[in-house]
Structures are given as C-alpha cells and as structure tokens.
Write a protein that binds this ligand. Structure first.
Ligand code: BES
Ligand code: ZN
Ligand code: ZN
Length: 495
C-alpha cells in the first residue's frame, strides 16, 4: 500500500470545501460550543442522533451526515472518541482508523479532520492520529484487478490550534514501517522469498547508509550456521542470512540488536503440518518483516544510536535432503541440538541469529521477534505478544514501551529451571519441550541457550499478535505489524 499526504492546518487558514470532514466527539462531553456556532445545522443533526440513542459517540462508532447548508464539506463523518475521562492517545488512533474506514467505504480521496475541537492536540495525539489514519485505511490489493476508478486516499488535512506538523510526519514515518511489515507478510511465499527479503534489506541499507551483508547456503557451512543450514536443506529456494548494520550513534551511544524469524513458508517439514490453514504459514516471516519494517523507519528518521539487525530466512520444506527427527545440528555457538520435531524450526534459525549477533557485536540490548509457537495463541490470544527475558530491567522497559505504543507484550516466566525441559539425552539441547507443557516457555528457554552470557535479551513471540483472523480498529485481518511500534518507542527512548 502506498501512503497519502498528511498536513496540518490552523482553523483560521482552513476554508476550502472538502469531500468529507471528519469530526470527533467524546461520549460524555457534548458538542463543543465553537463547533455549534460554526455548524448550527449539522450540530442539530448530531444532537438528534445522540438524543434518539442511535449514536452514542462510543469508540469505533461513526455516522455520516449530509447537510445542504454547510459549505465546508460535502459530507460529515462524526466519529466517537469514547469517554473523555478515560482519555489516552490510543483513543485517537482508534477513532482515526474508524474515520479512515468510512472514507474508504465512501471512496473519498481528500478530507479534513477535526478531533479535539478547540482543545490542544498534543504531540503524541497527533502521532497517534496519523498512525490511526494509515493503519486503519490499510489495504493489500497488489494481486487484485481494480474494479473501479477509486485510487484510495490522496490527502488529508488535520485541523489544529497547535503546531503538529512534525508529530504528524513522525507518525507517518512509523506507519510506513508498519505498512512495509504488513505488505511483506501479505505477499505469498512464492513472491516474498528469502531473496525478496534480502533485496528489501539491501534497498533499506541504500536509503539509510547502512552496511548490509547477505550470507548464502554455501557460506553456512564455513561460518558454522548449522541451524539455518539444517532447516534450509529441505527447500530448493535459496536461503539467506541477512545482516544490517546502522551506525547512527556517536561516542557513548547505545547499540541495539534485533533478530527476526524470516521463515517464508513453514510446511512443518518431515513433521508435516495438517493441510487446513497451512496457507497461513506464509506469515511465518512476520518477525523478520517487523525487523525490516523497523530498519526502514530508521533509514528515514536516522536516530542517534546504533542498531544491528539479523534476519535468518528460509523455507521449511520436505525436499529429498530435508532434515529429519533424530538429526543433530550444531549452531553458531557450538551447541549441539537434537531434532525431535522438524516443525520446531524457528528456534533453530533464531539460535544462529542470536548467537551470531551477540558474539560479534557488543549489545546494550537484544530483542528477537518470531511467530514461534501455537501455544502462545492458546495462552494470550491475538492481543498481547508473549515476552520472556534474561534481564528483568530490560523486560520492564519493553513492557513500558508496549503500554506506551499499545503494541503490548505480556511477560511469561523464564526461571533457570525451565532449562530442564529442553535437556537432550544425546546432545546439548533438544528442540522441543514436554508435550502440552508450557510450549512457549520451552521455546524461550531454548533460545536463551544461544544468547551470549551478559547480553540483556528479550524474546517476543508474535504468533498471536502478529496476524489476525478478524480485524479490529487499526489492526486489519492478516498481518498487523506487531513489534514495529513497540521498538520505535525503545529507539525514541534510547536515541
Ligand atoms: N510457525 C510455527 C508456530 C505458529 C503456529 C505460528 C501457529 C503461527 C500460528 C512454528 O514453527 C511451529 O510449528 N511450532 C510448533 C512447535 C512444536 C512442534 C514444539 C508449534 O507451536 O506447534
Ligand atoms: Zn514450524
Ligand atoms: Zn514456524
């Protein structure tokens, strides 16, 4: 999806007639006096809708009104903001998404938006508003012939008393990263191949002045990347081990490490998955997509810190050389892994990614994203990501960034004793825990074995939060872009 123009205007500068005017209303505040004066007929209509109870200005509620006597727009979309007492900027993110959805329904190109009446729109409010408009109007139509002339949203003007241009632009930059992550997820696995992800990384590196290194199948053996090498054996599609290095920090700047699971299709391998829903396993690269989405924002906004990103990328298939249950692989840090289920492949490619990044770079913090376990969907559903850490202070930071961005993480325990669940009789570790026992944590305990001692690390399992069966508010059906807004909060704080 391509983005539209978003600009800010002061009320006094705004006179032109719009195709639509979005107006936000709190459920417990009534219509602001200024608005009543400026739009008496419209206010009367809104009052009628409120009085007969059809419209309560609740979150995600909208009505469309037409009034011949108003000249500022052809139609008015009134959007519920929810209760002002419980106000958070996420309410604006949600309301903007509801408004944007109406705009798409009505096939409108240009519109204006007024959310807080004469009240000041803060910096975080404006950022959330921009994010809500883009994320809420997200569509992925790359493979569908257009049936009409409607080209989507062209431009929007946000009316405000305060100067919010920079906050809007920042919100747009973040949204562009979310859109990239969603698009990468939506492309089918015959398009979004490991090579496609590597090409995306290369173009991000070019824009952002980053160093990019891509390792191929031939390099895995000599580098000792035995995890990805083993998983990739069953697929003829070339695997890639992608590394991006961004050095935006001066002396004393922090360095962040990011690793994302870029499994472009997970058939389960020899431990094959059932066919129902197997198409959804094209989403198994959403961890890698989030990391590339983040790096694309970094390339644009150039924050003052250093970031290393690693995306191990391959398919998990059933070709003649496919790895098998009982095989033993040796990961980058030398630890041996007994394979008991070839469908627990994500942790194997991440093992190499985590060991590689933590041994070759001095990191102040390391976060990995992965659609790693079905068990996390059972535990948390599609709302929170599951988070595990080896450093509670770092974990607490991530929880706070999650609350701030509303790209939320919920911590699960990772006490040392969970290491017992992944002990192998024949190798250092095995790639599964005990059947039906804390599968998400067993995966976390496995990953911890590959992070260099002393590196503060968080593992974020996005198998639930990363994609939705049914969209809600600014999150669409399909890939959500989970992880992108979360890490952008960390970057804002660390830079
Ligand atoms: N990619 C899957 C996890 C997944 C499941 C993501 C559902 C999204 C939705 C992962 O590779 C996997 O298959 N995990 C297994 C691990 C098991 C064999 C220990 C699982 O969760 O069943
Ligand atoms: Zn799997
Ligand atoms: Zn997988």
């Amino acid at each position: 999806m391509s983005l539209f123009d978003l600009s800010a205007k002061n009320y006094s500068e705004f006179a032109d007639t719009q195709e639509a005017y979005i107006f936000g209303l709190f459920s417990d505040k009534g219509i602001p006096e200024d608005f009543k004066k400026a739009h008496p007929n419209l206010s009367e209509q809104i009052t009628l809708a409120l009085d007969n109870g059809e419209f309560k200005a609740k979150t995600n509620q909208t009505i469309v009104l037409y009034t011949p006597k108003c000249t500022t727009a052809k139609r008015y979309i009134v959007v519920g903001l929810g209760e002002s007492k419980k106000y958070t900027s996420d309410m604006l993110r949600q309301a903007a998404a509801s408004g944007a959805k109406q705009i798409l329904n009505l096939k409108i190109g240009r519109f204006a938006i007024e959310f807080m009446g004469e009240d000041e729109l803060g910096v975080e409010d404006a950022q959330a508003l921009a994010e809500g408009l883009v994320m809420g109007s997200y569509q992925f139509l790359n493979y569908k012939k257009s049936e009409d002339e409607y080209a989507g949203i062209e431009s929007a003007i946000v009316l405000s008393k305060s100067d919010i241009s920079r906050a809007l632009a920042y919100g747009m930059s973040i949204s562009a990263g979310v859109v990239l992550a969603r698009d990468l997820g939506n492309h089918p696995s015959n398009v979004a191949t490991p090579t496609f992800l590597a090409d995306t990384a290369e173009s991000i590196a070019k824009t952002g002045g980053m160093k990019v290194t891509i390792y191929n199948r031939e390099d895995f053996e000599k580098l000792g990347l035995g995890g990805i090498q083993g998983v990739a054996q069953g697929s003829d599609v070339p695997p890639k081990f992608i590394i991006l290095e961004y050095s935006g920090g001066g002396k004393g700047a922090k360095t962040l490490g990011l690793v994302g699971k870029g499994l472009t299709f997970d058939s389960g391998g020899i431990s094959i998955k059932p066919s129902a829903g197997m198409d959804e396993m094209k989403f198994d690269m959403l961890g890698g997509a989030a990391v590339l989405g983040i790096m694309s924002i970094v390339a644009k906004i150039k924050p003052k810190l250093n970031i290393i990103a690693v995306v191990p990328s391959t398919e998990n298939m059933n070709g003649g050389e496919a790895y098998k249950p009982g095989d033993i692989l040796t990961a980058y840090n030398g630890k041996t892994i007994e394979i008991l289920n070839t469908d627990a492949e994500g942790r194997l490619i991440l093992a190499d990614g985590l060991a590689y990044i933590s041994q070759n770079f001095e990191l102040d913090g390391l976060v990995n994203f992965a659609t790693l376990t079905g068990a996390v969907v059972v535990a948390l559903g599609h709302r929170y990501s599951g988070m595990m850490t080896n450093d509670q202070d770092f974990g607490n930071q991530l929880i706070a960034y999650g609350e701030k961005s509303q790209d939320r993480v919920w911590q699960m325990p990772l006490d040392d004793e969970y290491a017992e669940d992944i002990k192998s009789k024949i190798a250092d570790v095995k790639n599964t825990g005990n059947a039906r026992e804390a599968g998400t944590i067993a995966a976390g305990a496995f990953l911890r074995e590959f992070v260099k001692e002393g590196t503060p690390w968080c593992h974020v399992d996005i198998a639930g939060s990363g994609w939705l069966k049914k969209g809600r508010s600014y999150l669409p059906e399909g890939p959500t872009g989970a992880g992108v807004r979360l890490i952008m909060e960390l970057i804002k704080d660390w830079a």
